[in-house]
Design a protein around this ligand. Structure first.
Ligand SMILES: Cc1cc2nc3c(=O)[nH]c(=O)nc-3n(C[C@H](O)[C@H](O)[C@H](O)COP(=O)(O)OP(=O)(O)OC[C@H]3O[C@@H](n4cnc5c(N)ncnc54)[C@H](O)[C@@H]3O)c2cc1C
Length: 494
């Protein structure tokens, strides 16, 4: 059997399904396949951060997902000595100044239903085996219980998780490290119910665990524990889990009256050498792996989907564009995955907390924690310039500036369209010059707060469909717009 589509996505995990939804919103034909017959009910990710909530809102899915989760305003760190520390999410520049604890299978269920509602084709029980690039497309061989299937597409995306067969098939290396610590996880009913709107981290001498409230009054207790506390058991009975966690010394606070699930993970940090080979792209865990602390990996996969969808949309719609448009995806998202690994880890801060006994040392810990809510939220992500091959992406808030690569928190672009954001009161001028805008660009006003982020002398900013600034315009005339658009090179068809 042979099927044809514009974009074939391997893997119906959160990344593949989010990409499918984003592409369908842009009207692009796509097929998502997964070798597994059903959604894996074992929860891995639970933390959904603010940038992802903005993305879900744009898809009309945030409320549905919020109903299946619990909002978290802060994370409180508890130690044996009197000090405690807090990461507070309430001052993020967004309508959603919090993060959500929601089980990953629930997120996947909502995304899968939306993808199908938008007219996407989701086929389970179909595994990717291999592919060949043809002149202007990719031909993929897949296997199912009822026989082989071939799918011809213009582009192929490997969103097939950490052990990605697509990545292996491309011969792309996945270098990195495996942490010496084990990551323990149990979910169930607590002995002592925690406050429902804040998560906590309990820091002991040789390990630390998070306590995350989940829907229905259940909790997750999870975290890295040193190998001295845990032999590498294959299976982990609840008694062994509880005994290990008890040794951190926080008593009943971390006790489960009843566990639905107990698991043990090895934690890896890896980054694919390349995110694009010809017409084949890697996204999500297939491209990057992070420690679960801080809950970044699935959220970064959602960001990959946003960054890839608009570019694939433009390429499918306009055959005159060159596929090197996708280099921007590879460059920006690889830099983002590096920044996430560099800026969001907490193991070093946890060690400083254990050692900080004086007021001055504790102040240093507080300084290291400040900005972590912003970094974890991914709201302030700024991409490096396209001209800087080794450039670093930034995740911290810093002083706000609307500049190329910066993400504009709170912006709600129309699906797949560029937005020309103009100073308040200048929409009429912009409309007069609209003939030179990218096809179908949407014109909107900056809020007074956003306008204050424009550099002196600038009048407007052209923003990509993934909310990142493409170009800042000094004056809103036909000539400056034309120059700006020419400056975007292949990224915007003028
Ligand atoms: C304990 C734990 C806690 C975590 N907590 C968080 C958190 O709080 N927040 C966060 O952001 N992230 C968290 N993560 C990470 C998160 O779970 C992953 O980043 C996320 O699942 C990645 O999504 P994905 O779609 O890229 O890959 P996956 O979820 O791995 O999905 C890949 C899909 O591809 C399919 N597949 C594989 N090979 C093939 C093939 N050959 N053909 C067809 N289909 C194939 C698989 O069946 C699977 O459905 C956590 C991870 C762990 C282990």
């Amino acid at each position: 059997m042979t099927i044809e589509t514009d974009v074939l996505i391997i893997g119906a995990g959160p990344t593949g399904l989010m990409l499918g939804c984003e592409l369908r919103r842009c009207g692009i034909d796509c097929v998502v396949v997964d070798r597994s017959a059903r959604i894996d009910r074992r929860t891995r990710a639970v933390m959904v951060h603010a940038a992802s909530l903005e993305q879900l809102e744009q898809l009309g899915l945030r409320t549905k997902i919020e109903r299946k989760g619990v909002r978290q305003r802060r994370i409180v760190f508890h130690l044996h000595h009197s000090a405690h520390y807090t990461i507070d999410f309430s001052s993020l520049d967004t309508r959603y100044p919090y993060y959500l604890n929601v089980p990953q299978p629930e997120v996947e269920e909502v995304l899968a239903a939306e993808f199908k509602k938008l007219g996407g084709t989701l086929v389970r029980g179909l595994g990717y085996v291999s592919h060949q690039e043809t002149g202007n497309g990719v031909s993929s061989d897949l296997a199912s219980a009822i026989g082989p299937v071939r799918i011809d597409s213009q582009y192929l995306v490997g969103a097939d998780g950490a052990g990605s067969t697509v990545r292996t098939g491309l011969g792309v290396e996945f270098p990195g490290v495996t942490y010496p610590m084990s990551y323990l996880l149990a979910e169930g009913q607590p002995v002592v119910p925690p406050p429902p709107d804040s998560s906590a981290m309990y820091v002991g001498r040789s390990g630390s665990v998070s306590l995350l409230p989940l829907p229905g009054g259940t909790i997750r207790v999870a975290g890295p524990v040193s190998s001295e506390l845990l032999d590498r058991d294959e299976t982990l009975p609840l008694e062994r889990f509880q005994d290990t966690v008890d040794r951190l010394g926080f008593g009943n606070t971390l006790r489960l009256a009843h566990a639905d699930r107990v698991a043990q993970y090895q934690v890896h940090e890896r980054l694919a050498d390349r995110f694009r080979v010809g017409r084949v792209l890697l996204a999500g865990d297939a491209a990057h792996l992070n420690s679960p602390a801080g809950g970044q990996a699935m959220n970064t996969g959602f960001g990959d989907a946003a960054a890839l969808a608009w570019r694939l949309g433009q390429l499918v719609r306009d055959s005159n564009l060159g596929i090197d448009l996708l280099d921007g995806y590879a460059h920006e998202r690889r830099a983002t995955a590096r920044a996430v690994a560099r800026s969001t880890g907490v193991l070093g801060v946890l060690q400083s907390m254990r050692e900080a006994t004086s007021g001055a040392e504790q102040a240093l810990v507080r300084a290291r924690l400040s900005g972590l809510a912003e970094a974890w939220s991914q709201l302030y992500l700024t991409y490096p310039a396209a001209t800087s091959p080794t450039g670093e992406a930034q995740l911290f808030r810093g002083p706000h500036r609307i500049r190329p690569g910066a993400r504009i928190p709170g912006l709600r672009p129309v699906a797949g369209l560029f937005t020309l954001l103009v100073r308040p009161g200048q929409v009429a001028d912009a409309l007069r010059n609209a003939s030179r805008l990218p096809v179908g660009a949407h014109i909107d006003e900056l809020t007074p707060q956003q306008a204050s982020w424009l550099p002196a002398g600038a009048t407007a900013a052209l923003v990509r469909p993934d909310r990142h600034v493409a170009v800042v315009l000094p004056q809103l005339t036909t000539t400056t717009q034309r120059q700006a658009i020419a400056g975007l090179r292949e990224e915007v068809p003028a």
